[in-house]
Design a protein around this ligand. Sequence first.
Ligand code: TYM
Length: 337
Amino acid sequence: MDKNINSTEKKKVIFSGIQPSGNLTIGNYIGAVRNWIDLQNEYYCYFCVVDLHAITVRQVPADLRKRTKEVLAIYLAAGIDPEKNVMFVQSHVPAHAELAWVLNCYTMFGELSRMTQFKDKSRLHSDNINAGLFTYPVLMAADILLYQTDLVPTGQDQKQHIELARDIANRFNAVYSPTFVEPQPYIPKTTAKIMSLSDPTKKMSKSDFGGGSVGILDSRDDIIRKIKRAVTDSGSEVCYGEGKDGINNLLNIYTAFSGKTPEEAEKEFAGVGYGVFKEAVGETVADSLKEIQEKFKMYMDDKDFLDGLMEKNAEIAYSNARKTLSKVYRKVGFYHP
Ligand code: TYM
């Protein structure tokens, strides 16, 4: 397939990415990767492993290297087609860091201070509140704006960052002339925020090492056990409802993996207790992930394929990104003979 952006001019562009900063969870799968699979045929897609973002929190270098490959293998195993999409590693394309620097000068201190993820992460890593953590959303804006992205499919937690990217694009376009496409978030309601199994009022997260998160690579037994132990309310009816955070969450997980609608799921479990429902959710998740895990192993065993894919796709991404970067350099007044 020809991934030259010029030959696909009519297709709208998607950019999204995941940090290789921990074991990917079913939150990452449902909130991001699963939606990418549905969108990949309609859009020209960039799916990135955002390693530059990952070092805003201290990483063990060997683990970061390993996880970078793993995240790419998970994209492939989940069904992202390497022939159709540009799948690459952020640090392989220097234009991301280059544009981020320029955009830093068009982003206000006050705007970044309002980012809720910065506030949350500062609390979580109070011993390492580095400047990168603060300017993180600017690098994310650079990721998105470099490729003239129309749509950014993510979970709810990234909405504020995408809105900031829009504001930065608008500001730059107004100061100079139209340079960037203004990106739109793509955040479907039932996949927007998968909650922790141990506290369904909190987001499921890669950094939760307890029973609250189900990893994409978790064993069948672990998956079923964690879902069985998921915190739910004291009721007994399996249906969406206020105050039923745990059940709402399990229904969202179930619909994402089974492909059923919320109404179909409620009907299927009408009259059965929470125990039976949890067992069915566990089995469904474990069955779906089994297939992904088998393919994951196959990709991880083929180092040459993964390395070749990264290299080829970084070249494609860079060649497309350079067009935007040159435009930006010219507009701000950099002298390039
Ligand atoms: P990250 O690595 O934290 O998460 C990757 C993706 O998974 C989604 N997600 C969730 N969705 C639903 N429920 C959850 N519990 C859940 N947890 C995570 C996230 O919303 C995200 O879509 N800053 C981004 C990575 C990034 C990016 C970008 C994304 C860098 N540049 C440009 C889009 C476009 C992040 O930290 O994602």
